[in-house]
Structure formats: C-alpha cells, structure tokens
Ligand binder design. Structure first.
Ligand SMILES: [Zn+2]
Ligand SMILES: [Zn+2]
Length: 172
C-alpha cells in the first residue's frame, strides 16, 4: 500500500477540488463516476476481506503444525513430523537468519510459517555468525508483524486496511 504524506489542509483542498469537479459532471458522467467509485470501494473491501482470509488461513496452517520432527536418534521415525505433544527425541524443524535491519526471522520448513523478532545485540551477533537452526519459534507477544511492525498480539494490519477503505470517498 503506498503511503501518502499529506496535511489535512492539502486533503481538504483536494476534496473540495474533487467535489466541485463532481458537481460539474453531466448525469451520464456522474453515473460513470459513481460506478467507478463504487467499483473501487468493492475492490478495496474485497482486498480487506482477502487479507483477513489469508491471515486466518496462515494462522490455521501454523496452528496445525508442531514445527517439530523426530531427531536422528529416532530410528525409522527420524526426520518425520512429530506431533505437538511429542517430547524427548524431537527437534524443531526450523531455520532462520538475521538481517541488516536488526531483525531476525525463524521459519518452519514444514508449514512455511515465519516469525520475525528483534534480538538483543549479542544474540543478533550470534545469529549473524551461526544462523538459526532448530530454534523454538518465539511466542506472538515476542514476534513482530512484518505488515505493520507491531508486536503480533498488537497487530494493526486489519485496522489500517479498514481505515484505508473508510478514507475513500463513497457514493451517497
Ligand atoms: Zn510448522
Ligand atoms: Zn500487522
């Protein structure tokens, strides 16, 4: 979503210009304009819905996966998916790395979920050198939503996209 830096005065000016322009339209133009706005609004609302559905699907996939596999000492089972309840001869089937922006990411090689977080400096340096193999994914309250950069439990993505839709002009 492109971000626009605009003062309330600028916005007011633009809206007034749009409104006066709209008022000049003949009935046929007005109808075309109304249809265009209505279409844009449907598209924006759909995008919000699709975004929500995608997030829900991702969450369901993530919650359905243990992110664990049986380790090398598990004989025939080794390397296979382990249930969430499994303890002992299991390991996290995760990998990950740190990035220049100070964030690190852990992913599950099975459900392809990813968890972003901001490690402390010493841990960051460690990750830079060693990567992240077989590390337990952080809980939501310690991982960052890469859409809005809030902590996941405080994710603002749905609100932001809803505000975006609400900010669009609507046809009365
Ligand atoms: Zn997983
Ligand atoms: Zn978010």
């Amino acid at each position: 979503m492109p971000s626009v830096n605009m003062s309330p005065e600028d916005l007011q000016r633009i809206l007034e210009a749009v409104i006066s322009k709209v008022q000049q339209l003949n009935p046929l133009e007005q109808r075309t304009y109304d249809e265009m706005i209505a279409k844009e609004r449907r598209r924006d609302l759909l995008a919000v819905e699709v975004g929500r559905a995608e997030m829900a699907a991702q969450r369901a996939k993530r919650d359905g996966c243990s992110h664990k596999r049986y380790n090398a000492t598990s004989g025939k089972l080794s390397g296979q998916s382990a249930p969430k309840s499994a303890t002992g001869n299991v390991e996290w089937c995760t990998g990950g790395q740190a990035y220049q922006n100070g964030l690190a990411m852990i992913f599950c090689s099975r459900c392809h979920s990813d968890w972003w977080f901001k490690p402390e400096q010493s841990y960051y340096t460690f990750i830079m050198q060693n990567g992240l193999e077989g590390i337990e994914p952080p809980p939501d309250k310690e991982s960052i939503c890469i859409g809005c950069y809030e902590v996941k439990t405080n994710c603002k993505c749905a609100e932001i996209s809803q505000e975006y839709v609400n900010a669009h002009p609507t046809v009365a």
